[in-house]
Ligand binder design. Structure first.
Ligand SMILES: [Zn+2]
Length: 256
């Protein structure tokens, strides 16, 4: 996977919570190491600013090797351990694995419901996932988890009659995500300066020993010495409007 820093002039993003106003975020991805590559600096920054951040991984990456001697079940265990260690380096609250098979993710009722339930349980204000609409070639699992997460955040987690047992049986209130940030987008419009957090991002990245090959921390870091580093996203703002409406209610055809 290409290292996704952008060498560009700083572009101020629309404000998420101001510095000093910590909030919460959930990063929903397909495989161990996805999040470190695409948003590890952003997560490091948020954790340093006091945010609560959770990772959700749909698979444990059991296909991620070209070593003909490696067994998938063994590989998944290795990669779960690597991901948990990366999470500790970043300061995450928790890393959650959903256990779907790598490479065969489906935007199913089950997967969407799992994400909805986690959104209702942890109630993050911000959700980062893969941009499912990116036109370039992208791993099928990346596209699928992006789509399932968007579908979970809007409208399913917001409305209690989607997956109704969450509320009816377990008392989990519906949850409205305020902002979606789509990573690896062809049209990013939200840029996070992670220059001061590159070291932590790389500390986390290097925990994925099974994936980084011969690259060293210094190999990666020296490409960015003296430059500002940004991670870029496409932002979808779902925050409440007066009257409790969500942006996009009308164009999404929602009636109530
Ligand atoms: Zn991946």
């Amino acid at each position: 996977m290409k290292f996704p820093f952008r060498r560009q002039r700083p572009v101020p993003g629309l404000p998420l919570p101001a510095p000093g106003e910590p909030t919460s975020a959930m990063v929903v991805v397909a495989h161990p190491d996805d999040a470190e590559f695409m948003c590890g600096g952003t997560v490091a920054r948020w954790c340093a600013e006091g945010w609560d951040v959770w990772y959700v991984l749909a698979t444990s990456g059991d296909k991620g090797t070209r070593d003909l001697e490696v067994d998938g079940q063994y590989l998944a265990a290795v990669r779960e351990r690597e991901q948990r260690e990366a999470g500790k380096a970043l300061g995450l609250r928790e890393v959650i694995f959903l256990g779907h098979p790598d490479g065969f993710l489906v935007n199913s009722h089950e997967l969407r419901g799992q994400v909805v339930r986690l959104l209702r349980r942890y109630r993050p204000n911000v959700v980062i996932t893969w941009d499912p609409f990116a036109s370039r070639l992208n791993h099928t699992d990346h596209r699928i988890i992006g789509q399932a997460t968007l579908d979970a955040a809007f409208p399913a987690s917001r409305d209690h009659l989607y997956y109704p047992r969450d509320y009816a049986e377990d008392g989990m209130e519906p949850h409205r995500v305020a902002d979606l940030l789509l990573a690896a987008s062809a049209s990013p419009d939200y840029h996070v300066d992670v220059t001061a957090h590159l070291g932590t991002k790389l500390d986390a990245l290097m925990k994925h020993e099974s994936q980084i090959g011969q690259r060293t921390r210094e190999d990666i870091l020296k490409r960015w010495s003296g430059k500002t580093a940004h991670e870029s996203f496409r932002r979808i703002h779902l925050g409440s409007l007066p009257g409790g409406r969500s942006p996009g209610d009308e164009e999404q055809g929602r009636t109530k």
